[in-house]
Write a new protein. Structure first.
Length: 415
């Protein structure tokens, strides 16, 4: 079964966007997804759970922390044997954003009260664009560690800089260490990302969005206790915030994406950095690979094979922990130059070559039924491997308001 599109949330209502998904590696039929859900009239963290491989989903809303009026930028991660973590950015108004984590130990059926990770303070500190990751490295001495990264914006009222922060928990998310400052306070970053390899090495990365535009990574060999110096993966040509397509008005932010091969296969230890880039005069998806703990990186290459001039954006990457297969999801307008589709690029030879497949059944207008171009379709989409050799992709469909769709494949490809 491949490329089936399952509707996760209803269409036509208040917008639901910015989806993320995680899979129980021991029982891959169990999947948990999250998104920014405005069904209630205010943004909250939507929680969507499937026990049949994505065919049907139950829908709930995670409760807002006391004293907070909304939440957004949620991400979900799985940890052995039946735990799911959800990170989110909660806020009382237009400032003072705080990062929280919710924990489920029953495969996503119920979640505990939100746990504070990174507090915000008025217009001085806003902790946004969260990510969460658990160590499932099969030979990791740090198995079960949990990491949360976020964009730590400071002096917000004066549009000052933002830095990449990372917090670590060594007790299953109950308590959190003081944050590690990853990036320089003299630059501005967008949403940082993280990856863990087979033996628990942690890779934290970000893209600077003030000149010079660069993709950096730092490596921790001790379970997030300390990090090496920043290493340049590649210079980046930022994609215009609004893509230069007549009728487009939605924003396209450039985020870092990274994943590690933690399988026992021939490409074990390879680290894949993925991002959207405008160096060719249009938005395309590029990838660079490290095979020596993030110290050196290959020259960036496009992985889409998309037509010149098409717009390809919002990539996300995940590596299969059993087979080492690389899966990258992204939006593209390559069918007609305007409407959007979702594609998945897959590699089973360590990123040497990719097979790109359109997984949407029908193209969709980014403006939906709006008579004028819309300013937002969400800022990211996601993909999670379904071992051995499958994946679940999740994205925002814009055809009738904003709602969430997932595409599943258990087709195993070969070199």
């Amino acid at each position: 079964m491949a490329n089936f599109n399952f509707q996760v949330t209803p269409s036509g209502g208040n917008p639901i966007f910015e989806p993320a998904v995680a899979v129980n590696l021991l029982n891959p039929s169990i999947m948990v997804a999250v998104a920014t859900d405005t069904t209630s009239g205010v943004p909250q963290t939507g929680l969507y759970r499937s026990v049949n491989g994505g065919a049907t989903w139950t829908i709930t809303l995670l409760p807002l922390p006391a004293g907070f009026a909304g939440a957004e930028a949620a991400v979900v991660a799985y940890a052995f044997p039946n735990t799911f973590y959800v990170s989110a950015h909660a806020f009382p108004g237009n400032s003072d954003g705080t990062t929280f984590v919710y924990i489920s130990t029953d495969n996503g059926q119920t979640f505990g009260s939100p746990i504070l990770v990174g507090p915000g303070y008025g217009t001085y500190i806003n902790n946004d664009e969260t990510n969460v990751l658990a160590d499932n490295g099969q030979a990791s001495p740090f198995l079960g560690n949990v990491y949360v990264s976020y964009n730590h914006q400071f002096n917000v009222a004066n549009n000052s800089n933002s830095v990449a922060f990372l917090n670590r928990s060594t007790d299953g998310g109950a308590t959190w260490d003081q944050p590690t400052l990853l990036s320089s306070p003299t630059t501005m970053v967008e949403r940082p990302d993280m990856a863990i390899d087979l033996v628990g090495n942690l890779y934290a990365c970000w893209i600077t969005v003030t000149p010079p535009y660069n993709f950096f990574v730092r490596t921790s060999l001790d379970g997030g206790a300390t990090f090496g110096s920043p290493v340049l993966i590649s210079p980046v040509s930022l994609v215009p915030t609004v893509l230069p397509v007549p009728g487009y008005a939605f924003r396209v932010l450039t985020f870092a994406n990274i994943s590690a091969d933690r399988s026992n296969g021939p490409y074990n230890g390879s680290i894949y950095a993925v991002w959207q880039d405008y160096r060719q005069g249009y938005s395309d998806i590029f990838m660079s690979i490290s095979t020596n703990l993030g110290l050196n990186w290959s020259s960036p290459v496009s992985i889409t094979g998309a037509p010149q001039g098409s717009q390809n954006f919002f990539p996300a990457v995940d590596v299969d922990p059993l087979t080492g297969g690389v899966n990258i999801i992204y939006y593209s307008n390559q069918v007609d130059g305007f409407d959007l589709d979702v594609y998945v690029a897959r590699s089973v030879n360590g990123g040497q070559s990719f097979t790109n497949t359109r997984i949407t059944d029908v193209s969709f207008n980014p403006n939906g039924t709006s008579p004028v171009p819309v300013p937002l379709i969400g800022d990211y989409i996601d993909i999670a491997c379904v071992p051995p050799g499958g994946y679940i992709g999740i994205w925002t469909n814009t055809s009738n308001s904003l709602y969430i769709v997932a595409g599943y494949s258990n087709n195993v490809i070969t070199p």
